[in-house]
Design a protein around this ligand. Structure first.
Ligand code: BES
Ligand code: ZN
Ligand code: ZN
Length: 501
């Protein structure tokens, strides 16, 4: 973990040598420069800015060596127009900055934000933790390259009027949330031959043990007794045994309980309705919903908010084995509703059906949120830059929006008009698991799930696009899973613990 210090400017004792000073740069005439810069360096920088060699455009970043002073480098973070500035702009500029620091093998920085008030300093820390992540566990070490120098020390200097204790707490929170997001990214990227449903449950158990969370793994026999035939139907085609993970965080005296549910399909071939082979390998990420709720629980275990949380994640592999479920099969879910499985590739909603119905029946949460890589249609609608949301409760959606504004993980609501309900009426069962081809695919997914949450306020986040595949988000490497949802859920839970809405 990165060591982050937050200090009032006056508390900072400058060391003999300062490897790098980071400065924010807005699109406005420079009125003052950090007092940590020596006069000669400051005037050089001023000239470079005046001559537009250095631009203050958002996300333009410069690393300038200042070899004649005890300060070795200055890193300027272009943040653009002050009116348009927000935490995401800082996060993206900082993501670029961290890449520059890595290239230049700089392991410690001092970020002087003492001339700014109300500055979202935590966003710099987030970008540093998320931006240094890459999934290389399965790669052999390149012996010809020197080992990387990681950014391990961030000292943040703030204005004397700033609430240092509050800023420190905020930085600690984001360190934990981002570390857990990286943990979830590891899970999501693990190859599906290693990350089987059983292995996923073992890793969840290990995490729960470390965080002192309770963890129950419901196996196939138990699921059969409980009537979770929708999960079992999906599991039939695989040699791997399915399970349902149930993790609990309890805060003594807390009155409210929130439930989070994540789709944990460790690999989705489509089953008998098999997928084209071209991008099938990406279906190892089909457990990103489960990774997100487990990651959030990991963060919650460390942050200890005053609220109860239940996390459920059905883990299953969708394979076309000889015993696989067929298109046309009818299964009865935990809540007694019958489902005509017209397409075995729409398996996410089947596994969530049982998990959601069980969660509301058994734990009676005040509200429930699920995350799932549910539909390709969501990627068509929003690309990789937002999760699609269907929700039965406006206040819940708005609370999620507030958390999303803070975390920078975007969400976008889709409607649940009654007209869509008609489209998934079953011919020989209560429900069909798909609607008409090419029509409102992501909404139909949400519409189906709505049948399994009863009256509990509910929101479904389709993270099919957001879980991986985003490009040019500087603090997330293009090729890695994003860990989408961990920070958003953590923030939402912290908010709920503070002021329930
Ligand atoms: N896991 C997929 C959804 C998916 C596709 C996520 C591409 C990310 C990228 C899901 O199980 C699925 O296959 N859904 C089907 C539903 C359809 C049959 C109604 C889909 O989107 O094609
Ligand atoms: Zn599928
Ligand atoms: Zn799937």
């Amino acid at each position: 973990m990165i060591d982050v210090r937050v200090l009032h400017k006056t508390q900072f004792v400058s060391p003999e040598e300062l490897p790098c000073l980071v400065l924010p740069l807005f699109d406005e005439p420079l009125s003052a420069f950090s007092s940590l810069i020596e006069r000669a360096d400051a005037s050089t920088l001023e000239r470079l800015c005046e001559r537009d060699v250095i631009s203050s455009k958002a996300q333009e970043v410069y690393l300038l060596p200042t070899p004649l002073s005890r300060l070795r480098n200055v890193l300027l973070l272009g943040l653009g127009n002050r009116e348009k500035f927000n935490a995401e702009i800082l996060r993206r500029a900082a993501g670029k900055a961290c890449a520059l620091l890595e290239k230049n093998r700089i392991g410690a920085v001092v970020f002087d934000a003492s001339l700014e008030s109300n500055f979202p300093l935590h966003a710099f820390v987030e970008a540093a933790v998320l931006g240094q992540y890459s999934y290389d566990r399965y790669k052999s070490q390149d012996q010809s390259q020197p080992p990387k120098v990681a950014l391990r020390e961030i000292t943040i200097l703030c204005d004397v009027s700033a609430d240092v204790a509050g800023l420190r707490r905020r930085c600690e929170q984001v360190l934990i949330a981002c570390d857990s997001a990286n943990w979830a990214r590891d899970l999501a990227s693990m190859p599906p031959n290693d990350l089987t449903p059983t292995r996923l449950a073992e890793l969840a158990k290990e995490m729960a043990k470390q965080g002192h969370l309770s963890c129950e793994i419901i196996d196939e026999d138990h699921m059969a007794k409980l009537g979770m035939n929708a999960i079992l139907g999906v599991a039939r085609g695989s040699e791997q045994r399915a399970n349902l993970m149930v993790l609990r965080y309890e805060s003594p005296g807390a009155k409210r309980t929130l439930a989070v549910v994540g789709k944990g399909v460790t690999f989705d071939t489509g089953g008998i309705s098999i997928k084209p082979s071209e991008s099938m390998h990406e279906m190892k990420y089909d457990m990103s919903g489960a990774a997100a709720v487990l990651g959030a629980m990991r963060a919650i275990a460390a942050l200890k908010p005053a609220i109860n949380i239940i996390a459920l994640a059905p883990a299953v592999e969708n394979m076309p084995g000889a015993n696989a479920q067929r298109p046309g099969d009818i299964v009865k879910a935990y809540n007694g509703k019958t489902i005509e499985v017209l397409n075995t590739d729409a398996e996410g909603r089947l596994v969530l059906a049982d998990a959601l119905a069980y969660a509301v029946d058994k734990f009676k949460p005040d509200c429930i949120v699920d995350l799932a890589t549910l539909t390709g249609a969501c990627v068509t609608a929003l690309g990789h830059y937002a999760a699609g949301v269907t929700a039965t409760d406006d206040a819940l959606y708005e609370a999620l929006c507030r958390a999303s504004d803070v975390s920078g993980e975007r969400i976008w609501r889709l409607p649940l008009w009654e007209d869509y309900d008609k489209l998934i009426e079953g011919t020989h069962a209560d429900l069909a698991n798909i609607g008409p081809r090419g029509e409102a695919g992501s909404i139909i997914g949400g519409c189906f799930l709505k049948h399994f949450v009863g009256d509990t306020p509910w929101a479904h986040l389709d993270i099919a696009g957001a879980a991986w595949g985003g490009k040019n988000i500087s603090y997330l490497r293009d090729k890695d899973a994003s860990g989408f949802g961990v920070r958003l859920l953590t923030q939402w839970i912290l908010d709920q613990a503070e002021a329930p809405v």
